[in-house]
Design a protein around this ligand. Sequence first.
Ligand code: ATP
Ligand code: MG
Length: 321
Amino acid sequence: MSKSDALLIVKDLSLSFSFEKTLWPALRGVNLTLWPGEIVSLVGESGCGKSLTGRAILRLPPENTQISGSIYFQGQDLLSLPEVELEGIRGSQMAMIFQEPMTALNPVLTCGEQVVEVLVKHKHMSVQAAYEKTSHLFSQVGIPEPERRLQSYPHQLSGGLRQRVMIAMALSCDPSLLLADEPTTALDSTMRQQILDLIVAQSHERGLAVLMISHDLVAVETFASRVCVMYAGIVVEEAKTSSLFANPIHPYTQGLLLASLRNFDAKTKRLPVIPGSVPTLLAMPKGCPFAPRCSKAKAICQKELPKLRPIDDHFVACHLF
Ligand SMILES: Nc1ncnc2c1ncn2[C@@H]1O[C@H](COP(=O)(O)OP(=O)(O)OP(=O)(O)O)[C@@H](O)[C@H]1O
Ligand SMILES: [Mg+2]
C-alpha cells in the first residue's frame, strides 16, 4: 500500500513542555504510519512518550505544551484544523480508550447516559434510538444484562465491565481509528486477555485501525501486525511484528525483548534487565538518548540524535548501522 492510502501519518511530531521560559522536549520528531484496519503497537519503557503521542494525535496534550510537525488523518492535518472541525473527528472518527476507565467515565452519569450522549451529539440520533443502539453495543462488547447495565453508574461495575463500557463508547460512532492507551493494565490477567481479544475481534469485524499502547510484549506479539519501539521521545525502531521479534536491530529493542517475560529464568527466578534508567526530560543527553545505557555506543552516539532510516525491512534510528 502507498502512503496516500494511509489512515494516519504522524510526521516529525515534537512536543515540549514550557516551563519558566524554557522548552523541555518530551517528543522529538516521532514518525508513525497506520493503514486502515491494521493493529500497530507502540511499546517502550515508562516515560518514553507513548501516552503523549496518543494525546497529541487527538490534539489533547497537557497544558503548557507546544506541538510541532504534522498529523495527517484521512489526509487532513489535525494540527492545523480549527477546534470546531476537530471536535467532529474526535470521539467520532477517532476514539480513545484510556488506561483507567474510572477516571475517564463520568461518575455522576449512568453508563447508558454517557454513551447515549455521544450518539446524540455525533450521530444526531433521537434519545430513544441512541438507547437502543447503546444496549446493542453493550451486548456486542460482552456486557451481561445490557438493559440493566444502561442504568448502572460506573462505580457499580467491576473494572472489566467498566473497560467494556469504555470500549462500547469508543466504538459507538464507528470510528476508523482507535487509540488504546494500555487498556488492560488495571485488570487481572484473565480479564486482560478477554479485553485484548475483544479489541482485536472488533478491529477485524469493523476494519478498525488500532494504535495499541502497551507494556506487554508477550501480548503484542500475538495481535499487532507492526510494532513501533519508543525510547525517550523518539521512535528507535519500527518493523513487522514477526521480523522485530525474530531480528531486533536497535540495541534498545534487543534489551527490551530480552527483558520480556519470555526470557524469565526459572532457575534464578530473574529477568534480564537493561542497566541504567530512562533519562528524564530535564537531563536529556545531547546525542542518542540510549547511548548512556548502550554497551556498543561510539563517539558519534554521544553527539548526534540518530534519524529513523530503513535497514533491511526495519526502520531504525541508530548510528551503529
Ligand atoms: N502533564 C505533564 N507534565 C509534565 N511532564 C509530563 C506530563 N505528562 C507527561 N510528562 C512527561 O513526559 C514524558 C513522557 O510521558 P508519557 O506519559 O507519554 O510516558 P509513557 O510512555 O506513556 O509512560 P507510561 O508507560 O508510564 O504510561 C515523561 O517524562 C513524563 O514525566
Ligand atoms: Mg502512558
